[in-house]
Write a new protein. Structure first.
Length: 224
């Protein structure tokens, strides 16, 4: 059943405009990388600027695909019909995530890999970091959408821009709660970060796990 829900989600996505919007937004870092490629002599500064732009995609792609889809499903009461059948409620959420998270990861990694390649700074750790960050923010977006379905997308965007990004620049252990900071750490392209990739991976997994647990709890509490 989870696979069926995932297939239906992909079919609906391809019929809408969200995919085209996502493709357009994910192309912006490529354009930016091309514009700054010839900027000299501060190549390191160009790469850091590009990293910040790539991090901003976390505020758009997961909310656009994950938060909006889950929120709309709950708001439109489509789940009311599904939950009237002998179907565990968590399978709705699982099917959505199974379909949408890989799409978010592919768009994020393709955008980051292409932009960093143009800038001459693409690395395997950077691509891995972007994939992990996209998955983590997708789970955060899912949790927010189950809490506030009607405004899930907007609140997920605000979470990244107004909470996650600022927390990433706080001192010491507080920044371990920031997914974007952990992405920069794993990518290894910011020489000012002294944290280890292992600690960043653990911090990211904890944050994503908490939000996923909250999403599963909330989806079970919703009335059919």
């Amino acid at each position: 059943m989870t696979g069926t829900i995932a297939a239906l989600t992909v079919k609906r996505l391809l019929r809408g405009r969200a995919m085209w919007i996502g493709l357009g937004i994910s192309a912006l870092p490529l354009i930016f990388a091309g514009l700054v490629r010839g900027r000299a002599p501060n190549r390191a500064g160009n790469v850091l600027d590009l990293l910040i732009l790539l991090e901003l995609l976390f505020a758009v792609l997961p909310p656009l695909f994950v938060a909006s889809s889950i929120g709309d499903e709950i708001e439109d009461r489509t789940t009311t019909y599904l939950w009237s059948r002998p179907l565990p409620r968590w399978t709705i959420l699982a099917g959505k995530l199974l379909a949408l998270v890989p799409i978010v990861i592919v768009l994020q990694v393709a955008s980051a890999g292409g932009a960093l390649a143009i800038a001459g700074a693409v690395t395997v750790p950077a691509c891995v970091a972007m994939a992990a960050g996209a998955a983590a923010v997708s789970l955060v977006s899912a949790g927010i959408a189950t809490l506030v379905p009607k405004h899930g997308m907007a609140l997920a965007i605000c979470y990244v821009l107004l909470l996650d990004l600022p927390v990433g620049f706080l001192p010491a252990s507080l920044r371990q709660a920031s997914i974007t900071h952990n992405v920069r750490t794993i990518a290894g392209l910011d020489p000012t970060i002294a944290d280890t990739a292992a600690s960043a991976g653990i911090g990211m997994a904890v944050v994503a796990g908490v939000w996923l647990a909250l999403a599963l709890y909330r989806i079970r509490r919703l009335e059919a």
